[in-house]
Design a binder for this molecule. Structure first.
Ligand SMILES: [Zn+2]
Ligand SMILES: [Zn+2]
Length: 257
């Protein structure tokens, strides 16, 4: 019943995570070019020719820019919500089908994929739980704040992929223009290291063996800062393995179950 995943890369330059078992292979987001996605999949020992589907979280370029060419070349289904599907069709000629509805589960092979709405400044943004048998991975990479509902969805996960976008002080003192700082810090922006680690402290349970900190800003954060803040949040108590996702390299292959 086991399955595996690998973060192919994460950050404002592109986001994509591969999930697979012996029969099914899919991506959550396709924010790298087709060539780069194929290269990174190869590094993880995956053949993009076997790609069954791409689930799209929202229409920002760092999550969709490779989707059109990947579909042409390798033929996966593209699954997303109606507002994002409409956008992809209008702007990229990328008709999506079938359409995902928040909180409704879509079966793909033996996987059950459930999108859930998050607060972010796109037409609509979702995170996903990826379930198989009694196992579950939860992923949300672009969100302005964490709600109690979201914490419930993440609870009981075997692995969690959650953004830890910026260090608030670095962002405030950094080079971004004021409007962009306001956007990132806002309720529809991105999670800070502090917001992310506070949430992790509440949602990581006995079952959670692995956490990937995602969408780490290159200008307003460092992987070391994000890791330190998350690790400190757990104190000396039991903590899961915590990894910082890289923009440039694939992450570890994580086996679930
Ligand atoms: Zn976004
Ligand atoms: Zn993003």
């Amino acid at each position: 019943m086991a399955f595996e995943f690998c973060v192919l890369g994460s950050g404002s330059g592109g986001n994509s995570v591969a999930f697979w078992d012996s029969e099914t292979l899919f991506l959550v987001d396709a924010g790298f070019s087709c060539r780069e996605t194929a290269r990174r999949m190869g590094q993880a020992g995956l053949d993009p020719e076997n790609l069954d589907a791409i689930f799209i979280s929202h229409e920002h370029g760092d999550h969709v820019c490779g989707a059109s060419v990947i579909r042409k070349k390798f033929g996966p289904r593209i699954l997303t919500t109606p507002p994002v599907g409409g956008w992809l069709d209008a702007k990229m000629g990328l008709a999506t089908e079938p359409i995902l509805i928040a909180d409704e589960t879509e079966a793909l092979g033996r996987f059950l994929v459930t999108p859930f709405g998050v607060s972010h400044d796109a037409s609509f943004t979702v995170g996903f739980t990826i379930g198989k048998g009694s196992r579950k991975v939860a992923i949300a990479t672009d969100l302005g704040h964490v709600t109690p509902e979201l914490e419930k969805i993440f609870a009981g996960s075997d692995a969690i992929i959650l953004e830890s976008n910026h260090d608030v002080q670095m962002l405030k003192e950094g080079p971004y223009p004021a409007f962009l700082k306001k956007r990132i810090l806002g309720k529809q922006g991105h999670l800070s290291n502090a917001q992310s680690s506070e949430a992790l402290l509440r949602i990581v349970g006995q079952r959670t063996k692995h956490v990937t900190l995602a969408h780490i800003s290159r200008e307003n954060n460092t992987p070391e800062k994000a890791l330190e803040e998350a690790s400190n949040a757990f104190g000396s108590g039991n903590k899961p393995e915590i990894e910082a996702a890289s923009q440039f390299d694939i992450g570890k292959i994580i086996k679930i179950g």
